[in-house]
Design a protein around this ligand. Sequence first.
Ligand code: A2H
Length: 253
Amino acid sequence: EGVIPQEYTLIKMEVISPFPPKMSVLEGKKVYLAAATLRPETMYGQTNCWVLPDGKYGAFEINDTEVFILTRRSALNLAYQKLSRVPEKPTCLVELTGQDLIGLPLKSPLAFNDIIYTLPMLSVLTDKGTGIVTSVPSDSPDDYMALHDLKAKPAFRAKYGIKDEWVLPFEIIPIIEHPDFGNKSAEKICIEKKIKSQNEREKLDDAKKIIYKGGFYSGTMLVGEFTGMKVQEAKSLIKDKLLELEQAVVYSE
Ligand code: A2H
């Protein structure tokens, strides 16, 4: 935990009913996987959602009608940020593992894909954000390599009971023009650095640093309402729009 609080945008990724048996107590409620992001302007390019298969999650009441699926730790923080049915107290309707969430179909704000699926990423941390991460393989090296691993390795899909149709139809969507790395900057840097899998932590951290600066300061939006605008300017406009439409909330830790 740093001294300076980190402010995330939580994207409300709606779970499409009918829910699986383990989640049947949630039927009739609006249920969301709440993904923590620092890059709300990239939401057009979402191809899936990431969870940690062995991670512990819960379905927590945000108000009388809405439920967020996330870690208990983040539910407690949210309860102190006026985002719980009972003030300052997280109330959990059902405990779930990441494995329980794999395969859930979602409808996510701004995404060009009408439905995206919940899939495993082994680098998801349960002590950061909500433990739910939305995947934008065009602009995030972690997301690119994790999706690449699932696409390239049938045995990896089988291990987690993943159907081909949750993964294979989903292509990288160009959303931002990067001054040095083009419109699929994450793929370009991963190829340049010869990154072989999502487990190459140091190389991936390097890759992230290299593409971030240029993308943020000189990147240009290629899609959506703010096409042609610099990423730096579009970011807060897109975030405000998501908040106003109640498709996202602000969360700090
Ligand atoms: B970002 P910071 Cl396109 N475990 O969102 C692992 N990663 C997590 C996480 C967790 N518990 N919670 C959030 N994240 C990811 C978009 C994105 C992100 C793009 C490019 C870069 C990028 C789509 N994924 O982050 O350690 C989320 O991925 C680069 C840093 O708090 C979140 O923003 O700085 C970012 O890491 C927050 O990381």
